[in-house]
Design a protein around this ligand. Structure first.
Ligand code: PMP
Ligand code: GLN
Length: 386
C-alpha cells in the first residue's frame, strides 16, 4: 500500500526544516530559515498575554474577530488608500500559509492553470498541485531578476484561473515596480484571471523600492486577494495569524475552504494583532529601517569575505550571495552544508526554490537577527575563507 498521498508524497521535507535541523545538530548560527531572533514588540506581546486571561477563549467567528477585521481594513486604507468593507472583504487565516491554501482549495478546479514566478516560496507548488491546479512557471534569475514580458505572456492561456504574485519576493528579495505590475495586471485582465498576492513582506521594501499592491492598479481591485502576515509584520513568526483582503465574492469562495481547513484562529492572538495593526506609523517605519540597516550590515561584512559577492536586496528578510568566486567547487547545497559544519554558519541553497534549471552559485542568508549575531556569523565565515 502506498501510504502517502500521490502528490504530497513526491515532495521532500522543506529546505528550511532540513537546514535548521542541520544547524541545531552542528550548533551553527542559523541564518537559513527566515525568522527573527528578537522577542517581538513588547506591547503587542502584552496585549496577547492579557487577552488570554480576559477574553473568551472559545471559537471566534469563522472569518475572524471584528476588531481584527476592522484593523485590517483600516491598515489597507492607511498604507495603500484601498477602501475595504471589513464585513465582506476581509478574512483572518491561521498564518498566510493557511490563507494561501484556502485560496488554492477555494478557487481552483482540477486542470485550472496557475501562473507563478520562480524562484518560489516552498508551499505554493505542493498545495496548488494537491488542489488539482497546473502550475505554469515563469523564471527570473539572479543577479538581475528581470521579468521577461514574452515569457510572462506565454504562461497565460484560456485555462489560466489564478496568478500568484509574491512581492516583496522570497527568496529573490525583489520588489516589483509599477511597470512590472502593470504588465502583470494587463495580462490578468486580458485572460480574466484572479490574482492571489502574497504580500507578507509588505513593510519590508527598502529605500526607493516602494511596495505597491497589485490590487491598487486600475481594474485590479475586484480580481485580487492580498495576503498579509502578523508573523512578518510583528516579527513573531510562530504566531501564524494571516489576513486576507479581496472582493466579497472571492473572500466568500476562499472562506469555503478556510471553514473546513482550520475554521478559525486563536482569539488572543487575533486581539493582539488587531492592536498591533493600529499602531502609529512610527512602528512600521521603525521595522523597515531596522531591517534595512541589518541588510546593510550583513551585506557590508559579507562583501569583505574573499569570493563573496552580495546581490541587490530590495526587500524581505533575505540577502543573496554569489559564491562563484569562492574556492569552493561544489553545488550551492554542498556549500551550505560545508559552511554549516566547517564554519558554524547556516544558509539556504537557492536552487531549492527552482523547478527549472537552477543557478548553482547563490545562497540565501536571513538578516532578521540581532546585530551581534550577524557580526559573529560574518566573522566566522571570514575566518573560514581567509
Ligand atoms: N509567504 C512567504 C513568501 C513567506 O516567506 C512566508 C513565511 N515565512 C509565508 C508566506 C508564510 O507566512 P505565515 O508564517 O504567516 O504562514
Ligand atoms: N518563510 C521562511 C523562509 O523562507 C520559512 C518558513 C518555514 O519554515 N515554513 O525561510
Amino acid at each position: 500500500m502506498k501510504i502517502a498521498n500521490g502528490v504530497l508524497g513526491t515532495f521532500g521535507t522543506t529546505v528550511f526544516e532540513v537546514m535548521s535541523r542541520l544547524a541545531i545538530e552542528h550548533g551553527s548560527i542559523n541564518l537559513g530559515q527566515g525568522f527573527p531572533d528578537g522577542s517581538g514588540p513588547r506591547h503587542v506581546l502584552e496585549k496577547a498575554a492579557s487577552s488570554l486571561y480576559d477574553s473568551p477563549n472559545q471559537y471566534p467567528p469563522m472569518l475572524g474577530l471584528q476588531e481584527l477585521r476592522e484593523s485590517v481594513a483600516s491598515h489597507n486604507k492607511r498604507f495603500y488608500d484601498i477602501e475595504i468593507d471589513w464585513q465582506t472583504e476581509t478574512m483572518i487565516s491561521t498564518g498566510a500559509t493557511e490563507g494561501l491554501a484556502a485560496c488554492f482549495f477555494g478557487l481552483l478546479n482540477p486542470g485550472d492553470e496557475v501562473v507563478l514566478i520562480e524562484p518560489l516560496y516552498d508551499c505554493y507548488l505542493p498545495i496548488i498541485k494537491r488542489a488539482g491546479g497546473v502550475p505554469k512557471l515563469v523564471t527570473i534569475r539572479p543577479p538581475k531578476w528581470d521579468l521577461d514580458p514574452v515569457e510572462l505572456r506565454a504562461a497565460f492561456s484560456e485555462k489560466t484561473k489564478l496568478l500568484l504574485l509574491n512581492s516583496p519576493q522570497n527568496p529573490a528579495s525583489k520588489v516589483y515596480t509599477y511597470e512590472e505590475l502593470s504588465l502583470i495586471a494587463d495580462l490578468v485582465k486580458e485572460f480574466n484571471v484572479i490574482a492571489v498576492c502574497d504580500e507578507v513582506y509588505e513593510h519590508m521594501a527598502f529605500g526607493d523600492n516602494k511596495h505597491i499592491p497589485l490590487m491598487t492598479l486600475p481594474g485590479m481591485k475586484d480580481r485580487s486577494i492580498r495576503i498579509g502576515s502578523a508573523g512578518k509584520t510583528f516579527s513573531l513568526t510562530g504566531w501564524k495569524v494571516g489576513y486576507l483582503t479581496g472582493h466579497q465574492d472571492l473572500i466568500k469562495a476562499v472562506a469555503k475552504a478556510h471553514q473546513f481547513l482550520v475554521f478559525t484562529t486563536a482569539p488572543n492572538l487575533q486581539r493582539a494583532v488587531a492592536f498591533g495593526l493600529r499602531q502609529g506609523n512610527d512602528y512600521f517605519d521603525d521595522l523597515n529601517s531596522v531591517m534595512k540597516s541589518k541588510r546593510d550590515r550583513l551585506s557590508e561584512s559579507l562583501n569583505k569575505i574573499t569570493g563573496f559577492k552580495t546581490v541587490n536586496c530590495q526587500g524581505s528578510y533575505f540577502l543573496f550571495v554569489d559564491i562563484a568566486q569562492t574556492e569552493f567547487s561544489g553545488t550551492d547545497i554542498e556549500f551550505c552544508k560545508h559552511i554549516t559544519t566547517e564554519a558554524g554558519v547556516t544558509a539556504v541553497p537557492v536552487s531549492a526554490f527552482y523547478q527549472s534549471e537552477a543557478p548553482q552559485n547563490f545562497i540565501r542568508f536571513c538578516f532578521a537577527k540581532e546585530d551581534a549575531l550577524l557580526d559573529e556569523a560574518a566573522a566566522r565565515l571570514a575566518t573560514h575563507f581567509s
